[in-house]
Ligand binder design. Structure first.
Ligand code: ATP
Length: 369
């Protein structure tokens, strides 16, 4: 059974495409001698959604623009279904690639009606066919009734839906989105994101979505590719990357955490919370024991197993609605630790309490600062 969320069209009614594989092979690109991409390889499976996640300036947009054909690499190849669209002697222009594009500033044409905006990418169809397809696509995003109006009468969220309709109407097998939801207010964003994802799945489009928000990447991506300084540093499903980040950089992107510095000795690190294995780190290496805010708790009484609790004192407490963020100084840890707790359970300023950590969730990582 199809369902729909209020204001949107019927789920399952978006036209399917023929799914394509998108491959980046050792791409490099410099701007003024500064590398923006430093050997990027990535395979996006047919009908898969991959989110490119990373801080500002790490090369996400450059990679997307190269896939779209708006930018050219210095070296490397791009393949659609194993066919080169970019290579040493190949360059397929953007209009011949059949990709759908959606950017942050979704730029609808103000002088064209909404249906004409959606028909823009349908120039190879007869006008009557283009109109029919555009109307059906507008219907899918729940805006067919605005077809004859101009974009300025729409809210930001509705304009974004028109931009989505324009991107998907030609049934591209590959869709590229650059921070598509960042201009929307948070209440709208969740719904538009969810419906967009539903449409991408119905279409079986292969999708690459740029974001700098880990939560957005986790909500949308079948896999996430984390970028840093022009390279992909980790690729995997969200759970895998979240639980096993391969670097401090990746761990920090995914959640707030306390970082306890330690030196590796004989494959272990010693902290106020006990000794932990550091199997891949050399003797004498600087390590960081990462404890996520959610992986800590407090106990007013001393926990039964002495290793499990370290006594501390609350030096700050911030009210965050349902939660409270509490800062606690503990013996043997230089910087105060932050703990996120249910507001009603959080201790008060100056209280003494025992800090407990969920040892299963500790991360021992090289200090790569
Ligand atoms: P953001 O999240 O801020 O959009 P990004 O990860 O998408 O960042 P890019 O826009 O790909 O990063 O930029 C990567 C690097 O290349 C940056 O240092 C940027 O300044 C530089 N760069 C990108 N495009 C150009 C250009 N046309 N001319 C000069 N430098 C550029």
């Amino acid at each position: 059974m199809s369902s729909s969320s209020p204001g949107w069209g019927r789920r399952g009614s978006a036209a399917a495409t023929i799914a394509a594989r998108l491959t980046f092979d050792k791409l490099t690109r410099k701007f003024d001698d500064k590398p923006a991409l430093r050997g990027v390889s990535l395979d996006v499976e047919p009908a898969e959604t991959v989110c490119l996640l990373g801080p500002s300036g790490c090369g996400k947009t450059t990679l997307l623009r190269i896939a779209a054909g708006i930018e050219q690499p210095d070296t490397g190849r791009v393949l659609f279904n194993h066919q080169e669209v970019v290579g040493p002697s190949v360059f397929t222009p953007p209009e011949k690639r059949g990709v759908g594009l959606m950017f942050q500033d979704f730029a609808l044409f103000p002088h064209l009606t909404i249906i004409k905006n959606v028909m823009f990418g349908l120039k190879n169809l007869k006008p009557a066919d283009a109109e029919r397809v555009a109307l059906a696509t507008l219907d899918r995003v729940g805006l067919a009734h605005y077809a004859a109006d101009y974009p300025h009468i729409l809210s930001g969220g509705e304009q974004q839906r028109v931009a989505l309709a324009r991107a998907i109407a030609p049934r591209p097998s590959i869709i590229l989105m650059d921070e598509p939801f960042s201009g929307l207010d948070p209440r709208l964003r969740d719904r538009i994101r969810e419906e967009t994802l539903a449409i991408l799945r119905e279409m079986r489009a292969t999708s690459l979505i740029v974001t700098h928000q880990a939560e957005e990447a986790m909500r949308m991506g079948d896999r996430i590719a984390v970028m840093r300084q022009g390279q992909i540093v980790q690729v995997g499903a969200s759970e895998e990357i979240y639980n096993q980040p391969n670097s401090l950089f990746v761990a920090r992107i995914f959640s707030e955490m306390n970082e306890i510095p330690a030196i590796v000795r004989a494959g272990e690190v010693d902290t106020a919370f006990g000794r932990f294995k550091a199997p891949d780190l050399a003797d004498g290496a600087e390590a960081v024991v990462g404890v996520r805010f959610m992986a800590m708790g407090i106990s007013k009484k001393e926990p039964i197993e002495p290793q499990k609790g370290v006594i501390g004192r609350v030096i700050d407490r911030k009210f965050l609605g349902d939660a409270a963020l509490v800062e606690i100084v503990v013996d043997g840890v230089e910087r105060p630790l932050q703990v996120r707790l249910r507001e009603s359970l959080a201790p008060k300023m100056g209280d003494e309490c025992y800090v407990v950590v969920d040892k299963e969730k500790l991360l021992v990582l090289a200090n790569d600062d």
